[in-house]
Write a protein that binds this ligand. Structure first.
Ligand SMILES: Nc1ncnc2c1ncn2[C@@H]1O[C@H](COP(=O)(O)OP(=O)(O)OP(=O)(O)O)[C@@H](O)[C@H]1O
Ligand SMILES: [Mg+2]
Length: 234
């Protein structure tokens, strides 16, 4: 089986001639592997996730489930990815929660009734079925984040890219999310500042510093040491 994600020598500069903000990233995620992406503000986590989702021009190669990401394959690649932005409002598009969550399935050709049933099940699994009829803009920030997560999970994609999914969650929501993610059979790349959460969900920890991987380990203590090193800089 091909890797869920294979990245080789990924480089990103936001504008031609600007310094690269990702400076030669290589990593492979096996199917079902859960990996946390850690690093200080501006280290490149979001840029990396956006590049994999086909939202950011890059140099190097990105391969998702055996498909090399290119202009012609971006749709096929996105069909294999569930993506959660750190700002959920960017991805809640429809006037009703249930419609929003079932959209990913309807777009993939599933009949509407079936898509809505699956969407409802996903909302139930995330403890938010009560919001199914609501308009996303009437929900709180944390509630909207859960709805956006439901949209990322509903089609059961083999690769999940989550950007700070706990940012607006209360402690209960955070623990529930950890349980939901731990059970996910998909490969997971989780950008977060929440090391305790990362330890609950991930078995592998990658540290980004200034656009480079400086640790790739199954021992979170190595990551804590890397943060401690950074702290001494100030
Ligand atoms: N649209 C943009 N245009 C120009 N530079 C950008 C843009 N977005 C991000 N950058 C720069 O790219 C670098 C990496 O940013 P990125 O958002 O990937 O970091 P991050 O690790 O996700 O940070 P945070 O922890 O704050 O979310 C930073 O130096 C940032 O200033
Ligand atoms: Mg970010």
């Amino acid at each position: 089986m091909s890797a869920a994600l294979a990245i080789h020598d990924l480089r990103v500069a936001y504008r031609a001639g600007d310094p690269e903000v990702l400076r030669g990233i290589s990593l492979t995620l096996e199917p079902g592997e859960h990996c946390a992406l850690l690093g200080l503000n501006g280290s490149g986590k979001t840029t990396l996730l956006r590049a994999v989702a086909g939202l950011q021009p890059f140099n190097g190669t990105i391969t998702v489930c055996g498909i090399a990401l290119q202009r012609e394959t971006v749709r096929d690649v996105r069909d294999r990815i569930g993506f959660l932005f750190s700002t959920p409002d960017d991805q809640l598009l429809f006037p009703q929660v249930l419609t929003d969550v079932s959209f990913a399935l309807e777009r993939a050709g599933r009949p509407q009734a079936e898509a809505r049933e699956a969407a409802l099940q996903t909302l139930e699994a995330l403890g938010i079925a009560a919001y199914a009829e609501r308009a996303p803009h009437t929900l709180s920030q944390g509630q909207r984040q859960r709805v956006a997560l439901a949209g990322a999970l509903v089609a059961q994609p083999p690769l999940l890219l989550l950007d700070e999914p706990t940012a607006s969650l209360d402690p209960v929501g955070r623990d529930e999310l950890a349980q939901v993610l731990t059970r996910q059979p998909a490969a997971l790349l989780l950008a977060t500042h929440d090391l305790a959460f990362a330890r609950q969900v991930a078995r592998r920890f990658i540290m980004l510093e200034d656009g480079k991987i400086t640790a790739d380990t199954d021992a979170p203590a190595h990551i804590e040491a890397a943060f401690a090193r950074e702290r001494r800089v100030f």
